[in-house]
Design a protein around this ligand. Structure first.
Ligand SMILES: Nc1ncnc2c1ncn2[C@@H]1O[C@H](COP(=O)(O)OP(=O)(O)OP(=O)(O)O)[C@@H](O)[C@H]1O
Ligand SMILES: [Mg+2]
Length: 490
């Protein structure tokens, strides 16, 4: 039994470093539990006595169920740590899934027999799966990673894991055993991509095998235990039609955006954190003609363009010796020598802004990027700040006219207070008036009120202004129906 993947039990045979008896852990829980366990057993495998039959205690069924779940939770924690103590982790890498599952099943059923806990089939399957995930996968994170309704996973130390579903954060009952356990999983993730995280190198960005974006920061910089943030990778990216169906924007706005992308306007998607910027950028890119050569540049490759002719680049931070960094700006400069028709930068956040604006101004129209800002006006200020921070000494007016001639459209993505993600504004940049960049909003989300359940009531509407680009649209063969620019009455 357990011969292949189980550690030689030298420590236990020698009588030291024995793992805590399972019975000890369950005893405390059993004291509270409605179903009494077997008499305490000294150590796993030590008892040959048959397990006494449990005597049911008179407890209300829902209470009984809750207690049982609590108790199961404790048993799981102990079984997890036993597995880690007992399995030869390096040999496991070569073990087949079937072999390992069989082995885990045997260990589990032996342990359960020992403490006299009877599980139903589903409970047993879940327990075995969790133990398998622990050994082969990313432990407690695995179920959350598999859950398609989860967008983000946010870990604040071992005992607190939040998830984001439908724009709302909720605390889960998933936990790590302790900080050591959490660190082991972090280490597993980052070492798989050749990175390291420790006291001297306390934070790291990585990409999980499934493409999810991963960031971790460990103590002492993270004060109460390691902090982990995961943005789940969606295999099925939301397309224009999905976003319209979800109420992210109206069919009229979709028509307008199609004309804007097809006629090669330079577009910036602006928005707060997790507001749907990347999703919007990805959806907008679907309007690009398949014949065009598109180059994408990102810090973590998230975009999934459907076109055939796409060159993807991902920047790289410096290695532990501080060498080998390739910034987004380096990629962008190189991209300009790669004959792109369009350049898409996942998020402009630093000095690459200079090259991005230059590219937009010099023949790579139809380029797109995202920025972190709360409104179109705020987005323009962000661009100005980024240029100043990049050390470019230029009068403000010159900076502004550079921005005004490079950027045509700012699309604002927002996550509203009820968790819904909407395109709250589409704003055209029309030029300069004196020292100020002039812009006009063409579409917006009009809030009307709140339902008793705190859901936002509102509708999309045009603002009634004539598009600055209507002539351009017409010249390119996009005769947008005049009604789409009519104000919608709520
Ligand atoms: N309109 C929408 N309706 C429902 N879910 C959405 C919508 N837009 C985006 N999402 C989901 O919200 C999550 C965050 O979206 P996205 O990655 O596009 O945000 P972001 O603004 O780029 O975030 P970050 O600032 O972290 O880069 C994703 O899981 C995405 O699938
Ligand atoms: Mg993003």
């Amino acid at each position: 039994m357990f011969s292949r993947y189980r550690k030689q039990d030298a420590a236990r045979l020698a009588g030291n470093a024995a793992p805590k008896p399972l019975a000890e852990v369950t005893r405390a829980a059993a004291a509270k539990a409605p179903v009494p366990t077997a008499a305490p057993v000294k150590a796993m495998g030590a008892s040959l006595r048959p397990t006494p039959k449990p005597v049911p205690a008179p407890v209300a069924p829902e209470n009984k169920e809750k207690k049982r779940r609590e108790r199961l939770g404790e048993i799981k924690v102990e079984l997890h740590s036993r597995l880690l103590d007992n399995l030869n982790l390096s040999a496991l890498d070569k073990a087949s899934e079937a072999d390992l599952k069989t082995e885990i099943m045997e260990i589990t059923s032996e342990a359960l027999d020992e403490i006299g806990v009877v599980l139903n089939r589903d409970e047993r399957l879940t327990l075995n799966q969790e133990l398998y995930d622990e050994v082969k996968g990313l432990g407690p994170l695995e179920t959350l990673l598999k859950d398609d309704s989860v967008n983000d996973i946010l870990v604040n130390g071992p005992r607190q894991i939040f998830v984001e579903r439908d724009g709302k954060l909720t605390l889960t009952d998933v936990t790590f055993k302790d900080e050591k356990h959490l660190l082991r999983i972090i280490d597993k993730i980052v070492s798989a991509v050749g990175r390291r995280v420790d006291e001297s190198n306390p934070y790291v960005d990585a990409r999980l095998a499934d493409g999810s974006r991963f960031n971790a920061m460990v103590p002492p910089i993270a004060v109460d235990g390691s902090l982990v943030s995961i943005r789940k990778f969606k295999k099925e990216k939301l397309g224009i039609q999905d976003l319209v169906n979800f109420g992210a924007f109206s069919p009229e706005m979709a028509l307008y955006l199609e004309a804007a992308v097809s006629t090669r306007l330079n577009i910036i998607v602006s928005g707060g954190t997790g507001s749907g910027k990347t999703t919007t950028l990805n959806a907008l890119s679907s309007f690009i003609d398949n014949a065009e050569r598109i180059l994408t540049i990102e810090d973590t490759a998230e975009l999934q363009l459907q076109q055939t002719h796409v060159g993807r680049m991902e920047s790289r931070p410096a290695n532990v010796e501080g060498k080998g960094a390739v910034s987004q700006r380096d990629c962008l400069k190189n991209a300009l020598r790669m004959r792109p028709d369009r350049i898409i930068v996942g998020e402009t956040r630093g000095e690459e802004v200079i090259d991005m604006l230059q590219a937009m101004n010099t023949g790579h129209d139809g380029s797109m990027t995202t920025i972190h800002a709360n409104s179109a006006r705020d987005g323009v200020s962000r661009l100005e700040n980024m240029i100043a921070m990049a050390g470019i000494e230029m009068p403000l007016k010159a900076v502004r006219s550079q921005i005004a001639s490079a950027v045509n459209l700012i699309v604002q993505a927002s996550r509203l207070q009820d968790g819904s993600r909407r395109m709250t504004s589409i704003t055209e940049i029309t030029g300069m008036e004196g020292d100020v960049i002039s812009m006009q909003e063409v579409f917006r989300f009009q809030r009307v009120g709140l339902t008793p359940e705190n859901k936002i009531i509102g509708h999309f509407t045009a603002t009634g202004v004539r598009s600055h680009f209507s002539e351009r649209f017409r010249m390119w063969g996009y005769n947008l129906p005049a009604e789409i620019f009519d104000i919608t009455k709520g």
